[in-house]
Design a protein around this ligand. Structure first.
Ligand SMILES: O=C(O)CCC(=O)C(=O)O
Length: 380
């Protein structure tokens, strides 16, 4: 890997330590340009009106219960498949309930990571990460010197497949159950991703196993990022996580149960704040689904806002293709309307190559996938 990936370009500052130092203004390196700042909350008198309006737009909720019964088949035209297809076309995001992951395990995983971030700074620093693998305790994405930073820290690990799991030295020793709970949680969420891959395949009119096979079968990977967004004295000037689409296949997010923060960009460009449903996961499709579906389903930009009153925590599980498999649009979906000659929009690329972009440049909207569009040569 290139040299610039060996070390962070500037000394790493933990946002949590900054926030806990009691500063009243955020350092300049966290101040976003005006076009990227969140819109400040409305004045009190307008707050109710704003609430009424925002209650009308919300990402769809899909009940997966009927798919979890023994031997249940994923049917084309079934209510679940149709709901997922509509959500992917209209939003790129949906919430799932009755998804098969135990609510107690979800809570235990979130609390284990909350416990980690509450440990003393010196202890957390033992897991400081480097841009070479990102595994461990981190406070920035991307290695561009002078970049405007986000108001958040994180912990990043590989959780699947078994052979790719992060080695023991990367896992926090405290809380004592963090590794065990995270491994069980990771396994359960990976099974949910495998189910969702079947649903997505069928919803695209493909054979049920198509996506899983195309993304590398049992070699598909999963990484876990525990995000920690401290209180921020000037939340109108910064973001917890800048706008981006996810580079992988699917992301399954366990959001904070009390504090909102995730915003999803809608077609006309407005940002919608997600209100998580109790015990639900928030799911979004990543760039690899956009590529494989030849843009029938699009990955969608999202970002995180912070606030002055409460810290926020979230767990994002990224389900990714096997790193060395070239991914390109499925020929069935790349056929021009009317069954004419194939018209793939994206050139083949492995995920190992694809994810270097976000690792170098950090969160950068949909710049990467948009730059690739139209680059496929006719013989692809
Ligand atoms: O914290 C959140 O709500 C979203 C996190 C996210 O988008 C990410 O980790 O990529």
């Amino acid at each position: 890997m290139a040299d610039c990936m060996q070390e962070w370009p500037e000394p790493v500052v933990r946002v949590q330590a900054l926030a806990e130092s009691g500063l009243s203004a955020i350092p300049r390196c966290y101040v976003k340009p005006p076009c990227d700042r969140p819109v400040p909350p409305p004045p009190a008198a307008e707050a109710q009106l704003e609430k009424d309006l925002s209650d009308d737009v919300s990402i769809p909720v899909v009940d997966l219960g009927e798919l979890l019964a023994d031997g249940a088949a994923v049917g084309l035209g079934s209510a679940v498949t149709e709901a997922v297809a509509a959500a992917c076309r209209e939003w790129g995001f949906f919430q799932v309930v009755n998804h098969g992951v135990r609510p107690e395990l979800m809570r235990a995983a979130r609390e284990a990571w909350r416990g980690f971030f509450r440990r003393p700074l010196a202890e957390k620093q033992r897991y400081a990460n480097s841009p070479r693998t990102y595994e461990g305790y981190g406070s920035r994405l991307g290695v561009q010197k002078g970049a405007v930073l986000d108001w958040g820290d994180y912990f990043f690990l590989h959780v699947a497949p078994e052979a790719a799991k992060s080695p023991p030295k990367f896992w926090p020793a405290n809380p004592g159950n963090c590794k065990e709970v995270s491994e069980e949680y990771g396994g359960s969420v990976v099974r949910l991703c495998e189910l969702l891959m079947r649903v997505l395949s069928v919803s695209l009119g493909l054979e049920e196993a198509h996506l899983q096979r195309a993304f590398g079968g049992a070699g598909c990977g999963a990484t876990l990022r525990a995000n920690y967004y401290p209180r921020c004295p000037q939340p109108d000037l910064t973001l917890g996580l800048s706008a981006h689409s996810d580079p992988g296949v699917l992301t399954v997010l366990l959001a904070d149960e009390h504090v909102r923060g995730l915003q999803v960009r809608r077609g006309a460009g407005e940002w919608v704040t997600v209100q998580p449903v109790r015990d639900a996961f928030i799911v979004n499709v990543g760039d690899q689904v956009q590529i494989l579906s030849n843009s029938l389903y699009k990955s969608v930009e999202h970002r995180v806002i912070v606030n002055a009153r409460e810290e926020r925590i979230s767990l994002a599980l990224f389900y990714n293709p096997k790193g060395d498999v070239p991914i390109s649009p499925a020929p069935e979906l790349a056929a021009a309307a009317g069954g004419g000659p194939a018209a793939p929009l994206y050139p083949p690329m492995t995920f190992d190559e694809y994810r270097l972009y976000i690792r170098k440049k950090g969160a950068n909207g949909k710049a990467q996938i948009e730059a690739l569009k139209g680059q496929a040569s006719p013989e692809n």
